[in-house]
Design a protein around this ligand. Structure first.
Ligand SMILES: Nc1ncnc2c1ncn2[C@@H]1O[C@H](COP(=O)(O)OP(=O)(O)O)[C@@H](O)[C@H]1O
Ligand SMILES: [Mg+2]
Length: 275
């Protein structure tokens, strides 16, 4: 059951977002999980400068479920790496939970990343010889938890993705959808403030993709902030808000309902948004 009815989903408004992204240098209020102000990322390819991001303003509130969508080469992975604290911008500000992370050094950035971000990738990235439970436990080893506490915490995370019955199986004994659910449980086990997924359904058939979208939906209902990167409109349409990137800039930022209206024909042609 959804914790919020349709109209009550805690989405930020355009005016609120513009207000918070315009105040260069100001610490955003506590309910803003992510605020970027004019972030740029340039790559120097032996003298030729590739401008992957050309000034991106994004503001995301706690509990939002946002898709970042755009064609190949539009800067999605570059933006995701910045939001996920795997990289720092060439210019601009990035505030994560009220902390300015854009000017942090690598070791500080790694500490913030481990605490705040849970990653989900297209390719699952599970340890093949380890059971689902062990895969999910692994991030907790570094957190210095006792073995018993680790197992309990990992089992709880697997329960959140409805995989309790499969927890003693290894990845090659699981379906693609089940593997991705293990990866989601692993991403959640440290209770990150953001679940960040890059093309999470890229290796899954359309029915399994719907299964994974249901998992994200239920996590969002439970109050988890979810940011999903995708190049597919029908996948993006599952999020409650869609930020479109084009040539390294935000080209639109709309609520799901509006996005569905504007892209109805393309989404229907792909079989619609099931579930
Ligand atoms: N490490 C890199 N070095 C040089 N150019 C890069 C690098 N990463 C991405 N780019 C370039 O930046 C642009 C955006 O890439 P990317 O963020 O991967 O887009 P997307 O994920 O939307 O496909 C592309 O032109 C790409 O070639
Ligand atoms: Mg990419």
């Amino acid at each position: 059951m959804s914790q919020f009815t349709e109209g009550e989903v805690p989405l930020s408004t355009t005016a609120e977002r513009q207000a918070v992204t315009a105040q260069t240098g100001a610490t955003p209020g506590r309910d803003w999980v992510i605020v970027t102000r004019g972030i740029k990322r340039e790559y120097d390819m032996g003298g030729e400068i590739v401008r992957a991001l050309r000034g991106v303003d994004i503001a995301i509130r706690r509990n939002e479920y946002v898709a970042i969508m755009g064609p190949s080469g539009s800067g999605k992975s570059t933006l995701m790496n910045l939001i996920g604290c795997l990289d720092t911008p060439s210019a601009g500000e990035y505030w994560l939970n009220g902390t300015l992370v854009s000017s942090m050094k690598d070791d500080e950035l790694a500490r913030i990343r481990n605490k705040e971000i849970g990653f989900v990738f297209q390719t699952f990235n599970l340890l093949p010889r380890a059971t689902a439970l062990h895969n999910v436990e692994l991030p907790l080893v570094y957190a210095g938890m006792s073995a018993k506490q680790r197992r309990e915490t990992a089992a709880e995370a697997l329960d959140r993705v409805q995989l309790t019955s499969r927890m003693h199986h290894k990845p090659n004994e699981l379906s693609g959808g089940q593997r991705q659910r293990v990866a989601i449980a692993r991403a959640l086990v440290n209770k990150p403030s953001i679940l960040l997924a890059d093309e999470p359904t890229g290796n899954l058939d359309s029915q399994t993709s719907q299964e994974i979208m249901k998992v994200f939906e239920s996590l969002a209902d439970q109050g988890q902030t979810v940011i999903m990167v995708t190049h597919e409109q029908d996948i993006a349409a599952h999020a409650r808000r869609v930020v479109a990137l084009h040539d390294g800039q935000v080209s639109s930022d709309t609520r799901r309902e509006r996005f569905l209206e504007e892209h109805a024909s393309a989404i229907v042609a792909k079989g619609g948004v099931v579930g």
